[in-house]
Design a protein around this ligand. Structure first.
Ligand code: ADP
Ligand code: MG
Length: 345
């Protein structure tokens, strides 16, 4: 029998890097966190530039409220936030962020630079961060109102992760996917995305609407077949609204853009249930495009379930899925009839 191994506590930096690797799994996750921060900061314009699918470089510039110079020293520490104060606040939280983990995590797995200017400061400040800490004092520079965050060499200190993510074009696809979805959900905010030195791949104007942004991002073949829907339920206390394609449109892979309380999330039960409805109306193995914004009573959603906050669980999931699915079917039947009528006329 060999000796039992001795149990030792991991070093702080190792603990932090492991935790960070769970929050930030790929460039698109990092960017999602940064976009959410810009939205939390009330930005109306968000510009994103990347190199190498975000693996080499991600830059996000916003025109939000900015970060105060005095906060630079702790902004990248774990669990520092301007949003959540008490655990009870979690049940009424209306910002995306709440636990102050994103910037800290990014600083543990990448080289992070923050530049920011608030309304009351005359100049902008710029600083670099390593492992949650300032790497030298913030420097005074000229800059516009808002915040610019640069993430370089993501996973430079995590070789296995880096090797697992070798396709820059695949990572860029995921980034474009996230940007496009946020641009549709936050249609009044202007978004742009481009590869460094190239033209914009995505550009939505400030003050746009959802249909126009769906057209810009997913194309006219989807946009011209969209029907709006909305419903409200008092019993289960939810509101849902969105856009769904009618029977004239179908695609090989279902496109399901789901936001629950403004968070981009996945919900397999809802996705499958809606997709199932369409099987009666679309050609075999073909699927719809759906954009759905679901607003639940924050008390009934557990946002704190997963480090990447991808998966959101909520109370009465089964009943709510059923009600939404029924509403979609009703709407679909409506457009189906009108099409039949239209073609017969
Ligand atoms: P959280 O969003 O959970 O608070 P983060 O690590 O994402 O945690 O951000 C920490 C803090 O940094 C935020 O609470 C906010 O005060 C500030 N911050 C981050 N990004 C921005 C931004 N783009 N504009 C203004 N403030 C920001
Ligand atoms: Mg955040």
């Amino acid at each position: 029998m060999s000796e039992a191994p001795i149990i030792k506590k991991l070093e702080e930096t190792v603990i932090n890097r492991i935790a960070a690797g769970e929050v930030i799994q790929r460039p698109a996750n990092a960017l999602k966190e940064l976009i959410e921060n810009s939205l939390d900061a009330k930005s109306t314009n968000i510009q994103i530039t990347v190199k190498n699918g975000g693996l080499k470089y991600i830059q996000i510039q916003d025109n939000g409220v900015g970060i105060r110079k005095d906060d630079f020293s702790i902004v990248c520490e774990r669990f520092t936030t301007s949003k959540l104060q008490k655990f009870e606040d979690l049940s009424s939280i209306s910002t995306y962020g709440f636990r102050g983990e994103a910037l800290a995590s990014i600083s543990h797995v990448a080289h992070l630079t923050i530049q920011s200017k608030t309304a009351s400061e005359k100049c902008a400040y710029r600083a670099q961060f390593i492992d949650g800490k300032l790497n030298g004092p913030p420097k005074l520079i000229a800059g516009n109102q808002g915040t610019q965050i640069i993430v370089e060499d993501l996973f430079y200190n995590m070789n296995v992760r880096k090797r697992a993510l070798k396709s820059a074009s695949e990572e860029y696809q995921k980034i474009a996917d996230v940007v496009g979805k946020y641009a549709i959900h936050n249609a009044s905010v202007g978004f742009s995305l481009k590869k460094f030195g190239e033209n914009n791949d995505i550009r939505t104007p400030v003050g746009s609407n959802q249909t126009d942004n769906i057209r810009t991002i997913y194309g006219n073949s989807i946009a011209r077949e969209l029907t709006e829907f909305s419903l409200e339920d008092d019993k289960y206390k939810f509101k849902a609204n969105g856009q769904m394609t009618n029977v004239n449109y179908s695609t090989k892979r279902m496109n399901f853009l789901l936001f629950i309380n403004h968070r981009l999330v996945e919900c397999q039960s809802l996705k499958k249930s809606i997709d199932q409805v369409y099987t009666n109306y679309l050609p075999k193995n073909m699927h719809p495009f759906i954009y759905l914004s679901l607003k639940l009573d924050p008390k009934n959603v557990d946002v704190n379930v997963h480090p990447t906050k991808h998966e959101v669980h909520f109370l009465n999931e089964e009943q709510i899925v059923e009600i939404i699915t029924a509403a979609v079917e009703k709407k679909l039947l409506g457009c189906n009839n009108s099409r039949v009528y239209f073609t017969q006329a």
